[in-house]
Design a protein around this ligand. Structure first.
Ligand code: GLC
Length: 662
């Protein structure tokens, strides 16, 4: 017998209840239906359309879950709700404390070894899995391991990485996105891991944000389309050797904070909060995303009615996500995020438990989290029903993925380092995500013989990969850390022959005459999260932030040899001065390990052509005043050139350099 999830029924009931009517028979007894919402909260909840495609719960599975939960002690239940970092827990502690999940953060490698192999990762995963099966629980509960595989399995040396989402948004190809998801799942499984903290469903409204590149677009329809496809790709049918759990993140509004401040305040109106920042979750949940990660940001409705930090927001997590959107999987917190709730610590936050979070990313202080939370329950600050709901959801996810039948990390791809390599797919993704912004006839470079390559991005895996690449920030690496892949310099040497391609990092003292073209590969240095914010009033101008790139183009522009500029960046940014100093200009965004594939586009190999279209507007000012669509757009969202449609760009009006935005 199949029953609709209690959450769904009670959400419909809650919705009807909230509007003052509803058949009593529909009222469910889950905590949800008890409501207790303020008028403002009730309005917010009712503003989210009820999601119509809630999963049907399997009655037999639900009975099995209830039996397991009934046989667990409080400490065993809370052990399931804790997610330590692998750097702060041993397998035997997983056994001792009944831990249900671990994670590795960016740059968190097994035994702290950057060059840990797939086998090393898989060995550690196996030891954690076996430890979780060695507890004295009446019914053993296998462990799940989460990792930020956000553009391929980017923590692992030798793994192919794909373009970051800002480029994949420009490709805007859901079928390609799903294939990337499948490949990423295989890569993750090769290391014995079974959960990817992806896709990011941020609908990024301000390019000052350091995580802009993790978002597909400022357009919620593109985010919904690609986010859903990525969930399908990662999860497959959840139970196969090449399937992993997905995480829609970060719920909700991470991409819309004021001035793009990471973990800041989203001031969207209720209408925009639902339509823009909620959009990705409907499609991710329709794709049956098994987990959702909560966001660091806060929300102040319309900028005036504070709803506080997301991690403490019961109306949005329980009332909206679990109610109106009928999400019946598990909700996970972000890294130590609960400490940002007033009155909370990183290891103690009954407000976040009561808000509806089920699994707590407490990387280091997991022991005190368990003891403090157990005390909260014993002293009545957290109802046992909430703990049981959390553990029920965690078990539901583990049962849905077949983990009880296959509790160890063993599988077809486990330990197989060849499963980490997906070069052709990544090359296809690179070709489909680079956007041609200007071409005054110099491209394609077919028939050219002598190419001079300059710029810090030309031969740098770090610059072409961006953040979340081997390390959290994508820094502290060099080309030796990337045994698989191709830089753009390598690609140009492949296309034109090494003897015909010269390279000079800064081009100083290099005379361009005698060359058919100069290819200048410039770009941002890598960053992640708040370290990538361009905080107001700093100008959002590439030249202001990287003056060496402007100096490079000044050195070669107008010297009688055409200049083709390729910009690596995690955002769209003021670059009119650079466009004026280029005869052709490509927004490469962050292409990942196969950036060399851009050379095939530049050379027009096999009649390849540009097809990507900007998924964010390109600003005409270093001081944009609003979100998207950028009123001050130089190039609108949807812009992108190709060889098929000639398009001459005249000299653009440049802003005078500015040190600080007004
Ligand atoms: C980070 C990020 C989140 C990531 C988590 C684990 O702070 O906000 O996206 O999944 O921590 O690394």
């Amino acid at each position: 017998m199949k029953i609709r999830s209690a959450a769904y029924l009670s959400s419909a009931a809650t919705a009807l209840l909230l509007v003052g009517c509803g058949p009593a028979a529909m009222i469910s007894t889950t905590p949800l239906a008890l409501g207790g919402w303020s008028k403002d909260e009730a309005e917010v909840i009712a503003a989210f359309p009820v999601r119509r495609n809630a999963q049907i719960l399997d009655a037999a599975r639900e009975r099995r879950i209830a039996d397991i939960v009934a046989g667990m002690t409080l400490e065993q239940k809370i052990g399931q709700m804790a997610q330590p970092s692998i750097l702060s827990i041993t397998p035997d502690e997983v056994r001792q404390f009944y831990i249900g999940s671990v994670l590795n953060g960016g740059g968190g490698w097994p035994q702290g070894k950057k060059h840990a192999t797939a086998q090393d990762w898989a060995k550690l995963a196996d030891s954690y899995a076996k430890a979780s099966l060695a507890t004295d629980l009446a019914v053993k509960i296998p462990l799940i391991w989460g990792t930020d595989a956000v553009h391929g399995h980017n923590n692992v040396v030798g793994a192919t990485t794909f373009p970051h989402n800002i480029g994949l948004g420009a490709a805007n190809d859901p079928e390609l996105m799903q294939r990337i998801g499948r490949a990423t799942a295989r890569q993750v499984r090769a290391t014995g891991i079974n959960w990817a903290f992806a896709p990011t469903l941020a609908v990024v409204q301000n390019q000052r944000w350091g995580r802009s590149y993790e978002g597909y677009s400022s357009d919620p329809t593109i985010v919904a389309s690609l986010g859903g496809a990525m969930v399908h790709g990662l999860q497959g049918n959840l139970t196969g050797d090449g399937d992993v759990l997905a995480s829609g993140k970060h719920f909700a509004g991470d991409g819309g904070t004021f001035q793009g401040v990471d973990q800041g305040e989203n001031r969207a109106s209720l209408t925009d909060y639902v339509a823009i920042h909620g959009a990705g979750y409907y499609s991710a949940l329709d794709a049956q995303a098994a987990t959702v990660m909560i966001s660091y940001n806060s929300w102040a409705r319309g900028g005036t009615q504070p709803h506080g930090k997301m991690h403490g927001n019961r109306a949005l997590i329980t009332g909206v996500l679990k109610g109106r959107l009928a999400f019946d999987g598990l909700v996970v917190s972000d890294w130590n995020a609960i400490e940002q709730i007033p009155g909370c610590e990183r290891d103690h936050c009954p407000q976040a438990v009561n808000a509806g979070i089920d699994l707590f990313m407490v990387p280091e202080n997991w022991k005190t989290f368990i003891t403090q939370t157990a005390l909260d329950v014993r002293e009545g600050r957290i109802p046992m029903a909430r703990i049981d709901d959390a553990v029920t959801r965690i078990l539901r996810v583990k049962l849905r993925m077949g983990l009880f039948e296959r509790p160890t990390s063993a599988g077809r791809y486990t330990g197989d380092s060849t499963a980490l390599v997906e070069r052709e797919l990544a090359q296809e993704a690179v070709r489909k995500s680079a956007v041609l912004l200007k071409n005054n006839g110099v491209l394609p470079l077919s028939g050219k013989k002598r190419i001079l390559v300059v710029g810090a991005g030309a031969d740098s895996f770090a610059r072409q990969s961006g953040g979340w690449s081997l390390t959290w920030q994508g820094d502290e690496t060099d080309n030796k850390d990337y045994p698989v892949g191709e830089t753009l310099l390598g690609g140009l040497r492949r296309v034109y022959g090494a003897a015909n391609v010269s390279y000079s990092l800064d081009g100083v003292g290099t005379d361009p005459r005698g060359y058919d073209a100069v290819v200048a590969v410039i770009g941002e240095t890598p960053y992640a999260e708040m370290k990538g914010d361009v905080r107001f009033p700093a100008p959002l101008s590439h030249s202001a932030r990287f003056p060496e790139d402007r100096a490079l183009l000044d050195r070669f522009a107008g010297k009688g040899v055409p200049v083709v500029t390729v910009l690596y960046s995690g955002r769209t940014t003021y670059a009119t001065d650079l466009l004026n100093r280029s005869d052709a200009f490509v927004a490469g965004f962050l292409p990942g390990t196969e950036a060399g594939a851009i050379a095939d586009l530049l050379g027009g190999r096999a009649n390849l052509d540009f097809s990507a279209r900007l998924s964010f507007a390109w600003p005409n000012t270093a001081c944009p005043t609003g979100g998207e669509p950028v009123a001050e757009a130089l190039l609108p969202r949807g812009f992108g050139l190709s060889y098929r449609v000639p398009f001459l760009t005249g000299r653009l009006t440049e802003q005078a350099p500015i040190a600080s935005c007004p």
